[in-house]
Design a protein around this ligand. Structure first.
Ligand code: ATP
Length: 233
């Protein structure tokens, strides 16, 4: 479904991604792991054109998208839930969903505002509350559900658990498992246990390169992989 081939992404002179390649098949749940600054966010942003790669290719369902504008990539069916969640303050929960609804693909939509509020009663309870007043976990739920409004076939999530309490992380995990029934997912995380629980494959980034890739089962069975690439030694 998605093929990232040897991409190089820069911030000015800084060479953040140095030849990252990865593949995601339809229906997979894949995790991008790596320490702070390894390049996880930049990889996700490069896929959706927010930090377009200077070299390399990104293919989504056989189309090359590395030069496409973000809104066009979104229309093809890729949504990103960004690390900072981007919930609009001054807009209610319902209005935050409406913004994405208008940006969506229109014809044949599966999700309507009322439909998602019914499916996620926690958000229905908050529907008239200002986005700025939500807790971190509520904001994350809203950010994920808002991304669904664009009807993505590939959902990218950048560190969905960052800063959240364990009980909320568990809820995010349950939501992720549920979405995985119908959507292909690539998420980044620093938490290995969460990746082991919810993803079947992982890529570990280190200094802008893929240092290891394989199944999460392999990772579970071989603690040296985590020690080598992920411990904060
Ligand atoms: P984190 O967990 O901290 O978000 P990450 O793995 O997502 O880390 P990136 O945010 O992709 O890593 O950062 C990769 C590299 O690019 C780092 O060296 C970082 O300092 C640099 N970088 C990221 N954003 C910018 C920016 N806006 N301007 C300049 N350099 C940046």
């Amino acid at each position: 479904m998605l093929s990232v081939e040897d991409i190089h992404t820069f911030y000015g002179e800084s060479h953040a991604l140095q030849g990252v390649s990865l593949e995601i098949g339809e229906g997979e749940v894949v995790c991008l792991l790596g320490r702070n600054g390894a390049g996880k966010s930049t990889t996700l942003k490069s896929i959706v054109g927010l930090t377009p790669p200077a070299r390399g290719r990104v293919r989504f369902e056989q189309r090359e998208i590395q030069r496409m504008a973000t809104y066009r990539i979104s229309r093809l069916g890729i949504a990103l839930v960004p690390e900072d969640r981007r919930i609009f303050a001054g807009l209610t929960v319902k209005e935050n969903l409406e913004v994405a609804d208008q940006a969506g693909r229109g014809a044949g939509k599966r999700w309507t505002i009322e439909g998602v509020l019914e499916a996620y009663p926690m958000l229905a309870e908050l529907r008239d509350q200002d986005g700025a007043t939500l807790s971190g976990g509520q904001q994350q739920m809203l950010a994920i559900v808002r991304a669904l409004m664009t009807e993505p076939r590939l959902l990218l999530m950048d560190e969905p658990n960052e800063g959240l309490a364990p009980v909320i992380v568990q809820q995010i995990g349950e939501l992720l498992d549920e979405l995985a029934q119908t959507t292909t997912i690539l998420f980044s995380d620093q938490s290995v246990p969460f990746a082991l629980k919810h993803a079947t494959r992982a890529y570990i980034l280190e200094k802008g390169q893929v240092a290891w890739s394989g199944s999460t089962r392999e990772m579970r069975d071989d603690p040296s992989i985590q020690e080598r690439y992920l411990s904060v030694a």
